[in-house]
Write a protein that binds this ligand. Structure first.
Ligand SMILES: [Fe+2]
Ligand SMILES: [Fe+2]
Length: 150
């Protein structure tokens, strides 16, 4: 049977896969990338469909990411050194701020081209976050799992 730590790591990895998949889907929704700088330049019928899809997927990406970060914070309680937990939680708050900023782009002018640029940026931030924080968290969780074994 997998230990709690192993289950936690599995959950974290599954979430990451899901989040990165959503980013891919959002990016591939816009077929005019690099050709136009504003959704207004796109064909109106295309614009409506694409905008709705991107906004919906983005909303689900934000929800998934915020929930995922909360779950990681929960896993960190009592199981990782305080210094890591504090820095990691701070990094999660920074990500939440950036997601909020992209969401604002949607509500202000609905320009998905700009929103997708923001998503490109979040993608980079997430990959760095995985390397800088989540890998370390996984190591702590697995270490704790090992220590629990009789
Ligand atoms: Fe994290
Ligand atoms: Fe994570």
């Amino acid at each position: 049977m997998p230990s709690i730590g192993e289950e936690a790591v599995e959950r974290i990895r599954r979430d990451h896969g899901h989040m990165l998949h959503l980013i891919d889907r959002i990016r591939s929704e816009c077929t005019e990338r690099g050709k136009i700088s504003n959704c207004n330049e796109c064909h109106p019928t295309r614009q409506g469909v694409c905008h709705g899809n991107i906004e919906q997927m983005f909303r689900s990406f934000v929800e998934t990411t915020l929930k995922h970060n909360l779950i990681e914070s929960m896993f960190m309680e009592d199981r990782v050194p305080a210094a890591h937990r504090m820095a990691h939680n701070q990094a999660h708050m920074d990500i939440a701020q950036q997601l909020k900023a992209i969401r604002l782009v949607f509500s202000e002018d609905g320009n998905c081209v700009v929103a997708i640029e923001g998503i490109d940026h979040i993608h980079k931030v997430l990959l760095e976050h995985l390397k800088e924080y989540d890998q370390q968290l996984e190591a702590y969780l697995l270490e704790a799992a090992l220590a629990q074994q009789p």
